[in-house]
Design a protein around this ligand. Structure first.
Ligand code: SF4
Ligand code: SF4
Ligand code: SF4
Length: 312
């Protein structure tokens, strides 16, 4: 999937010193996994891979360099590019120091879903195509095996890039748009029970926050000592406080990449909270994060005509 082109472009950018570093993906230490890699030498670009498992949001890896002078090339799927756009808008990373290699996204496959459906699997038995894969002599559609976030993705094509490798892709024909129905259709009691069950399993490891490209505060409110908002003990009430607080901090900023949910060792559907907030923002302000450098986020602006009913 365009790996050769990605390697060639990265090599060229490093050789011509257009950038100091390329942030991309390389093979993970476990099967069905690609992990982020930082490459500074043209010879190392051979390590770059691009496949259905290149799921981490690489915008997250720009953050350690926000105070440096390095110019960085970043491989960016739709959701990575949206996150970069938010970082630029929020003045966390200057546009002139990031070179975006846009990659129309083929959708990321969930290893857990593969294992649930197919049992014990080995990577070498698979051959992946664009929207299908071959396994045991049979052709399978990848859609049922996509990460939840990817099956509902509305922006697989990067909205911002310096160059694009690959062809822009269409949305999934059967793209699921009812992912919030489960919580929207619930009564308050059912919703409470759902979140009580989910958040009782939370061990407050903060992996969800740490994977999020837009949770970049140098000191998170959850770990502040003065004032102390939440205890270090993962009780249900403190877990709820942390996750609701985090979702509010992301209001109008979440790019629906699902990195938080994928990072959770407890398989908590934690991405639903910021997503629900995004849908409220979308319905009330017709705004979605990371689609335009010109349009300010609703919570960073105030207009007398802003709808206010929903917060009364
Ligand atoms: S959310 Fe969209 S752009 Fe991001 S990995 Fe999934 S399909 Fe790709
Ligand atoms: S990653 Fe999961 S367990 Fe860890 S804090 Fe987030 S929701 Fe809780
Ligand atoms: S809250 Fe989750 S889905 Fe939203 S930007 Fe952060 S990691 Fe991505």
């Amino acid at each position: 999937m365009f790996e050769k082109e990605i390697r060639r472009k990265s090599e060229e950018l490093l050789e011509t010193k257009t950038v100091d570093m390329v942030i991309g993906y390389t093979s993970g230490s476990l099967p069905f996994q690609a992990r982020p890699v930082l490459i500074s030498s043209p010879e190392d670009t051979e390590q770059l891979v691009w496949n259905h498992f290149s799921s981490p949001n690489l915008a997250r890896y720009l953050l350690p360099y926000r105070d440096s002078s390095k110019k960085i090339a970043l491989l960016a799927k739709g959701c990575d590019a949206r996150a970069v756009m938010v970082l630029i808008q929020e003045k966390q990373f200057p546009r002139e120091r990031v070179h975006i290699i846009g990659l129309p996204c083929p959708g990321m496959i969930s290893k857990t879903k593969l294992e649930k459906e197919l049992g014990e699997i080995k990577e070498e038995d698979f051959s992946f195509e664009k929207d299908t894969f071959l396994w045991q002599g049979k052709k399978w559609e990848i859609f049922p095996f996509l990460e939840d976030t990817c099956s509902r993705c509305r922006y697989p094509n990067p909205p911002l890039y310096d160059e694009l490798i690959g062809e822009k892709r269409e949305l999934w024909g059967s793209s699921s748009t009812d992912y919030l129905e489960k919580i929207n259709g619930q009564s308050e009691e059912e919703r409470w029970q759902f979140w009580e069950e989910e958040l009782s399993r939370c061990i407050r490891c903060y992996a969800c926050r740490n994977a999020c490209p837009l949770c970049y505060c140098k000191e998170c409110f959850a770990e502040s000592d003065l004032p102390r908002w939440v205890s270090g003990v993962p009780t249900l009430s403190d877990n709820l406080f942390f996750h609701l607080g985090r979702s509010m901090h992301l209001a109008g900023r979440c790019v629906e990449c699902g990195a938080c949910e994928r990072a959770c060792p407890e398989e908590i559907k934690i991405g639903l909270l910021p997503l629900k907030v995004e849908m409220i923002i979308k319905d009330n302000f017709s705004f979605e994060a990371g689609l335009s450098l010109e349009e300010d986020a609703p919570l960073l602006t105030y207009r007398e005509t802003d709808p206010g009913e929903f917060i009364k």
